[in-house]
Design a protein. Structure first.
Length: 132
């Protein structure tokens, strides 16, 4: 560890590299570089990439456009992981090629669920009582 390598600078670096990996993955998927029928017909958003502190592992959170065929898209991404890892390593200069893991981003569904709950008349009534 270098002398100027503090926990703060390490965490900023982890975030920065995660963002670079996210951009690289997004570009690869957007350009249709992966020769896969499912990925060719389903636009995929890479919403976030979380890197491990040693930058050797990356968890990519993805969401197919309109949430269609999530499981098929996830399977296609996992099938093509080796190719995607090579391409990301080529575009993002790192000491080691990060091992990619793909998960669906559930935050949209959670946000939608919370929104639905807040619109429920009983919840709205309770919220208005708290304000008064």
């Amino acid at each position: 560890m270098r002398n100027n390598d503090t926990p703060e600078t390490r965490s900023v670096r982890v975030l920065r590299v995660g963002e670079q990996v996210r951009h690289a993955l997004s570009e690869i998927l957007m350009r249709g570089d992966v020769h896969d029928d499912v990925l060719a017909t389903h636009p995929v958003s890479v919403t976030e990439v979380r890197m491990s502190p040693d930058l050797r592992h990356a968890v990519a959170f993805v969401k197919p456009l309109l949430g269609k065929d999530e499981q098929a898209v996830l399977k296609a991404l996992r099938t093509n992981t080796a190719y995607l890892q090579r391409e990301v390593a080529r575009r993002v200069k790192m000491k080691y090629a990060a091992r990619l893991k793909f998960l669906t981003d559930e935050s949209f569904d959670e946000g939608s669920h919370i929104d639905t709950l807040l619109r429920d008349p009983k919840v709205a009534r309770d919220l208005h009582q708290d304000e008064g």
